[in-house]
Ligand binder design. Structure first.
Ligand SMILES: [Zn+2]
Length: 268
């Protein structure tokens, strides 16, 4: 295999390790956020329950007042009825009957209010039951996730450590300046750093590279950057060739290539 392809292969391997590191770092970032989001949901549900309870308390007080008003009205009506028996003046009688009519109307209104209030209380009690069921489920889920978080973070950190060790061993044949370029891109673009060019399109940014650059990367003598996204690029078909070469090399005697490479201007 040519030194160029060997370097590309190592960079792609490095990229694979970095892909894994990327996933683990994401896990490290997201795991606490997921627990936090769940805690927020739990708090929201608690607030909802408190609000319903407030409403219910207010309505129950209202209900008590209505009950008292109705009791009061019933007593007054009873008193008026017995008074009415003793009246012999027709003017006074008419005045008292009017007053009693008013009392009865008021009682009717209060009774209707009480029915409506009772219905509303039933609705709120149903809502409360549902909210409490959701809250209880969230509570269990939250406790489980909180307990698992430490374990998740620990295993992710262990994995990260392993990957960082593998990373140090990868890319040993890649010239320093290419690795520096790789790191430079990694710090800025994060992910991925090296991408194949397929049908003259950079698969990192999905934009066609200039024809001259495409010709250059097909030559496979140096490592180029995409003029648009700055990622390191290689011709996808070289990589296929590389796999074929690997197969061939296994069948035949292994060969050592000592090509003099120009790792050049494209990286400046
Ligand atoms: Zn690009």
């Amino acid at each position: 295999m040519s030194l160029y392809l060997e370097q590309i292969k190592q960079l792609v391997e490095l990229q694979h390790v970095d892909d894994k590191i990327f996933v683990v770092k994401q896990e490290l970032e997201e795991a606490p956020l997921q627990v936090e989001a769940l805690r927020e949901r739990f708090n929201e549900e608690e607030a909802k329950i408190a609000k319903i309870n407030d409403k219910l308390q207010h309505m129950r007080e209202q209900q008590k007042r209505l009950d008292m008003d109705l009791e009061d009205e019933a007593a007054r009506l009873k008193k008026s009825k017995s008074k009415l028996m003793q009246v012999n003046n027709s003017k006074e009688y008419q005045a008292m009957s009017r007053e009693m009519d008013n009392m009865e109307r008021s009682t009717k209104t209060h009774e209707e209010e009480r029915i409506a209030l009772r219905e509303e209380i039933e609705i709120q009690e149903e809502l409360l039951k549902d909210a409490e069921a959701v809250r209880d489920e969230l509570k269990i889920d939250l406790a489980t996730k909180e307990a698992g978080l430490i374990e998740r973070v620990n295993s992710a950190n262990e994995e990260l450590e392993k990957l960082n060790t593998i990373r140090k061993e990868t890319g040993s044949d890649v010239p320093e300046r290419i690795l520096e370029r790789y790191e430079f891109i990694r710090r800025r673009l994060e992910h991925p750093v090296i991408v194949p060019v397929k049908n003259s399109v950079c698969t990192g940014c999905n934009i066609a590279i200039p024809p001259q650059t495409f010709i250059e990367i097909q030559r496979g003598q140096q490592i180029w950057s995409c003029p648009n996204c700055q990622r390191l690029i290689y011709w996808a078909e070289h990589f296929q060739d590389m796999h074929q070469e690997e197969k061939k090399a296994k069948q035949e005697k292994p060969m050592v290539f000592a090509e003099d490479l120009n790792l050049g201007e494209s990286l400046n």
